[in-house]
Ligand binder design. Structure first.
Ligand SMILES: [Zn+2]
Length: 219
């Protein structure tokens, strides 16, 4: 399913185009999605140069080549220390009080899902399908149990066996089918939230065709 990437810094109004069929939209459901803070920690240590420590010729050459570098790092460190000491002795008598940092709200992204009249309640069809399936399964099981009890002990058990098998298969397969339908043709959802974007999934190709935008094809 094509994805629509909404940038946090986007200021342009969302095009009023239905995200399901590409027709002019009549409804815009708008909300703000809190962006995720950047991950802290992890990584780091990128400035460590691995130096081979053997006593073979290659290591000797590497050591020879790195020696001026090490010397230069030492000079820089001493220079920084001297500057720091000098700053300490020449600092102003009353250092300015550090301003209390204002509590930062996590940044948010304005997300808009636009729909036409026909697709305004797109999500409802899945709720109805689920409810109808549940009712149908209960009715099927009830019928199967009634028929089984009526024909128990007789030779005429063909219908009962068929009903029980159908009920078992339906109980397994119908929820799976609805899940697949939802996953492949379900409503537009927020798929991922990053530091500066929100990624909407299942925005239909017709929307991109109508707005001239390029979808981000999910991996
Ligand atoms: Zn539509």
């Amino acid at each position: 399913m094509p994805e629509l990437i909404v940038s946090r810094k986007a200021v342009a109004p969302s095009p009023m185009v239905c995200m399901y069929c590409g027709a002019p939209a009549t409804t815009a459901h708008e909300w703000r999605e809190a962006n995720r803070r950047p991950e802290r920690g992890g990584g780091g240590g990128g400035d460590v140069v691995p130096v081979p420590g053997g006593d073979d010729p290659v290591s000797a050459v590497v050591g020879l080549l790195l020696f001026p570098l090490v010397l230069w790092e030492l000079v820089k460190a001493i220079g920084a220390a001297v500057v720091a000491v000098a700053r300490y002795f020449t600092r102003p008598a009353t250092p300015p009080a550090p301003k209390p940092a204002p509590p930062k709200d996590p940044p948010t992204t304005r997300v808009v899902v636009t729909t036409c009249d026909r697709h305004r309640r797109f999500r409802a069809r899945f709720v109805w399908a689920g409810a109808a399936t549940a009712v149908a399964l209960v009715a099927l099981w009830a019928w199967a149990v009634v028929v089984t009890r009526r024909t128990m002990g007789t030779d005429d058990t063909g219908l009962a066996v068929t009903l029980i098998l159908t009920a078992v298969l339906s109980t397994v397969l119908l929820p799976v089918a609805i899940s697949f339908w939802y996953a492949l043709a379900g409503p537009v959802i927020v798929d991922r939230v990053t530091e500066s974007t929100v990624v909407l999934d299942r925005v239909r190709q017709a929307y991109f065709d109508a707005t001239g935008q390029t979808p981000n094809v999910a991996a």
